[in-house]
Write a protein that binds this ligand. Structure first.
Ligand code: UDP
Length: 328
């Protein structure tokens, strides 16, 4: 089959593109390389350097082939940045996605998979885990922009027959177990790569944001899902899009505290992680853990890399082998 992957030069998009190629499909990556890396586009994928903000170029790119599915990852994705630049985030994520969705509808694309987020669920006042039908209450302009796009897809289905899967990820982590791809954000803000780099002595000590949350050791709890398990979920979700649209929460249902992540990095690397306490980071909920029972039940999805040590080990392997990430 022929798949178009927007944002396929980024962390999750590149791993999904790789899994599609491994499954024998043809893949075209569309990316403007604003945050992604040309070297992250998997070997064997075609590449289109296109900015989704350009409606004409987007329409032309979508019109080049008959796609069996479009998978949409390209987005601004930092909660903290969205709190500082709300209108930029709202405008950029919604306009680029509308350009893409409209082009898909115009060219008769039947299936669309959207990279949504646990940030739709906002604040702290619900007991974990978070179910697929939990109340939506975005805690940031980033989460709000993703929710708007989910709503646009509801209308694209009702009016244009474009079937979609909205996948709400919790904390994507790890790296390709084959060592072909990894995580390289600039700037890096995520806990696991920063903790690994601190252990390897490549960065200053990790700042641990907050130690007075109402959790078992006072630090935040997150649900880390291996990026290859995420990729598998995308492929399974595509299989659901014959006559309906779906939304799924995607996580392991296992929560690890930030201190437990530090200890996992120490175990796996055999090195001490230098870290220091720091104030809470604005907008961080204490606990984010997914109830992914719907996607498990409906697609048979069964994550293979749930062990935090394996998640960390795959990330560590790639970072050790790529001291400069994907290069400059
Ligand atoms: N975190 C931290 N120090 C850092 C980066 C992250 O203590 O330098 C914490 C952060 O406050 C949160 C957890 O690690 O409690 C996961 O943060 P990350 O940015 O990786 O993912 P998020 O849950 O925000 O999507």
């Amino acid at each position: 089959m022929n798949y178009l992957v927007t944002g396929g030069a980024g962390f999750v998009g590149s791993h999904v593109a790789q899994s599609l190629l491994d499954a024998g499909h043809d893949v075209t990556v569309l990316d403007n390389l604003s945050t992604g890396h040309r070297a992250a586009v998997p070997q064997g994928a075609d590449f289109l350097e296109v900015d989704l903000a350009d409606a004409d170029a987007t329409d032309k790119a979508v019109g080049t082939r008959r796609w069996d599915g479009v998978l949409h990852f390209a987005a601004l994705s930092l909660v903290g940045d969205s709190m500082r630049e709300p209108f930029h985030y709202l405008r950029q994520n919604t306009l680029t996605s509308l350009n893409l969705i409209q082009a898909c509808a115009r060219h008769g694309t039947q299936r669309f998979v959207f990279s949504s987020t646990a940030a739709l669920f906002g604040g702290d006042d619900r007991p974990p885990p978070i179910a697929d039908n939990a109340q939506i209450d975005p805690g940031s302009p980033y989460g709000e922009s993703k929710f708007f796009i989910e709503r646009a897809l509801v209308w694209a289905d009702r009016i244009c027959g474009l079937r979609s899967a909205c996948l709400r990820y919790f904390n994507a982590a790890g790296a390709d177990p084959g060592g072909r791809l990894g995580e390289d954000h600039r700037p890096e803000t995520h806990l696991i790569p920063l903790t690994i780099d601190a252990a390897l002595g490549r960065r200053p000590p990790l700042k641990l944001f907050g130690d007075d949350y109402a959790t078992r050791d006072g630090t935040c709890v997150r649900d880390y899902i291996h990026v290859t398990d995420l990729a598998d979920a995308h492929i399974r979700a595509l299989g659901q899009l014959t006559d309906r649209s779906v939304t799924y929460n995607l996580g392991n249902g296992l929560g690890f505290t930030n201190l437990e992540v530090i200890r996992a990095v120490e175990r796996v690397s055999g090195r001490k992680v230098p870290w220091e306490p720091a104030p809470r980071r604005a907008g961080d909920p204490a606990v984010l853990v997914a109830d992914s029972s719907r996607i498990r039940k409906e697609t048979g999805w069964d994550p293979q890399y749930q062990d935090i040590d394996i998640i960390v080990a795959t990330a560590l392997r790639w970072r050790e082998a790529h001291p400069d990430g994907y290069g400059s």
